[in-house]
Design a protein around this ligand. Structure first.
Ligand code: ATP
Ligand code: MG
Length: 213
C-alpha cells in the first residue's frame, strides 16, 4: 500500500432531496473511519425506483453540491448521473475504483439499503471493490447476519455496522411535505430549501414518488 493511499467514503443515494440524515451519516463515518474524503454520488436512474419517479438528475446533483459545498472533506461525483441507464452499485464502485486505483473505498449505506444488499447486482463483486459501512437509521434494524453465508471467506471488516445519531428524516417525507406546503426547513440544508422553492420541485403529486429504496 502506498504511503499516500487515501481512505475515501462513497455515499450513494437518490438525494431527492439530500437531507441532514445523509449528511450526518457521512460525517459520522468520516470521523469513525478516519476518512480523508466522502464522495457523494447521486444516482442516475436508480434501479430500485421506477423510471420517471425521480426528479431530474441535474436538480438532484445541484442540491447535493449545495448541501456539501461548505465541508472541505465532502465532494460530489457525476459518475452515476453521466452514465446512461440504470445505476447499479457495482458500476458506481467500478468507476470510482478506476478513478482512484490506489485508494481504499468505504461504501456508506443506511440500515434500510443494507437490508437490500443481497438483491444488489454483482454483490460478490461489490465486496471486492469496497468495504461496507452500515449505519443505523430510525425504523430499520441494523444487522448483517443474512450476509454471513456469503462472507465466510472474506475478512471480518468487509462490513462494519455503526450506530449514528438518529435522525428520522427521509427524502420521501420531505417530498410529501413540499407537496402539501408544509415546512422542510431544518430537515434539509437552508440552500436546499431555497433550491426546492426556486425550481418548484415536488409540487405535483406525480413528482412525489413512493417511499422506500
Ligand atoms: P427515499 O425516501 O426517497 O428513499 P431516503 O431518505 O431513503 O430517500 P436515499 O437517497 O434513498 O434517501 O438514501 C441514500 C442513503 O442514505 C441510503 O443508504 C439510506 O439508507 C441512507 N439514509 C437516508 N436517510 C437516512 C437517515 N435518516 N439516517 C441514516 N441513513 C440514511
Ligand atoms: Mg431511500
Amino acid at each position: 500500500m502506498r504511503a499516500d493511499t487515501r481512505r475515501l467514503g462513497v455515499m450513494g443515494g437518490t438525494f431527492d432531496p439530500i437531507h441532514h440524515g445523509h449528511l450526518v451519516a457521512a460525517s459520522e463515518v468520516a470521523d469513525r473511519f478516519a476518512l480523508d474524503e466522502v464522495i457523494f454520488v447521486p444516482t442516475g436512474q436508480p434501479w430500485q425506483k421506477a423510471a420517471g419517479a425521480v426528479s431530474p438528475a441535474e436538480d438532484r446533483y445541484l442540491m447535493t453540491v449545495i448541501a456539501t459545498a461548505s465541508n472541505p472533506r465532502f465532494s460530489v461525483s457525476r459518475v452515476d448521473i453521466d452514465r446512461p441507464g440504470i445505476t447499479r452499485t457495482a458500476d458506481t464502485l467500478r468507476d470510482l475504483r478506476a478513478t482512484y486505483p490506489e485508494d481504499e473505498l468505504f461504501f456508506i449505506t443506511g440500515a434500510d439499503a443494507l437490508a437490500n444488499i443481497l438483491s444488489w447486482q454483482s454483490w460478490e463483486e461489490i465486496f471486492d471493490l469496497a468495504k461496507f459501512v452500515g449505519v443505523s437509521r430510525p425504523g430499520y434494524d441494523l444487522h448483517a447476519e443474512h450476509l454471513s453465508a456469503h462472507l465466510d471467506d472474506r475478512p471480518d471488516d468487509i462490513i462494519t455496522l455503526i450506530e449514528i445519531p438518529a435522525l428520522a428524516i427521509s427524502s420521501s417525507d420531505c417530498r410529501a411535505r413540499a407537496l402539501e406546503g408544509r415546512p422542510v426547513w431544518y430537515l434539509v440544508p437552508d440552500g436546499v430549501v431555497q433550491y426546492i422553492a426556486k425550481r418548484d420541485l415536488y409540487r405535483r403529486a406525480t413528482d412525489a414518488p413512493v417511499a422506500g429504496a
